[in-house]
Ligand binder design. Structure first.
Ligand SMILES: [Zn+2]
Length: 202
């Protein structure tokens, strides 16, 4: 059962659900969670991850050492095409939307039980400050280097990104205002460069 509780004003919708994991007795875990799809105990045990307070609000942390170039978690949510995404957010105010640059895939993770990928923050400063990145085709969060247990997972939301919409009809792209780059809550529709390869609508 999924219950909607409240909006927190950032476009995020708080939803709780029963933990998806199975207990040792092969029954579904009875704990409820609104931070992803599993209770914190199963998230830690099965995925080696935790969602907890960071200096950016809630953040995603690893409880295990992670090797370079490993997929940490997919960016999960409602999957849609770019057209559908534009239709859903005509004002470009989606804040948990990621779109691939090379495919037509967009993922909207505005529901808090979309999966834990949505909780990963962007480190301030240069993109090198981020220990992870988003893969373009499938929108997975992948480690860029070795990450030690206990570390917050961060990836660049939008540094160096360009406005995408609507690339097909407007042609040339231009840079969003500096204040809008790489920040949560900048209601800009920005896209990844070829290098980072994803679109961040955050
Ligand atoms: Zn559980």
């Amino acid at each position: 059962m999924v219950r909607s509780k409240k909006k927190d004003g950032s476009g995020s919708i708080y939803k709780s659900q029963q933990c998806e994991a199975q207990t040792l007795g092969k029954r579904q875990c009875r704990k409820r969670t609104a931070r992803g799809k599993m209770c914190w105990i199963h998230l830690k045990k099965l995925k080696g991850l935790r969602v907890k307070k960071s200096k950016h609000g809630l953040g995603l942390f690893t409880t295990r050492d992670i090797k370079p170039k490993k997929i940490i978690t997919p960016y999960e949510g409602e999957r849609m095409t770019k057209k559908e995404a534009a239709r859903k957010y005509p004002k470009n105010d989606a804040r948990y939307m990621l779109c691939s640059n090379t495919t037509d895939l967009c993922v909207d993770a505005r529901l808090s039980n979309s999966g834990v990928g949505r909780f990963a923050n962007s480190a301030r400063g240069s993109s090198k400050a981020n220990n992870s990145r988003i893969t373009d085709r499938s929108l997975n969060i992948k480690s860029r280097r070795k990450i030690k247990a206990g570390t917050e997972i961060t990836y660049a939301y939008g540094s160096g990104h360009t406005i995408l919409q609507p690339r097909s009809s407007q042609g040339a792209t231009k840079l969003p205002p500096k204040s809008m780059r790489g920040r949560i809550g900048s209601a800009s529709n920005v896209s990844g460069t070829k290098k980072t390869g994803y679109t961040a609508w955050m």
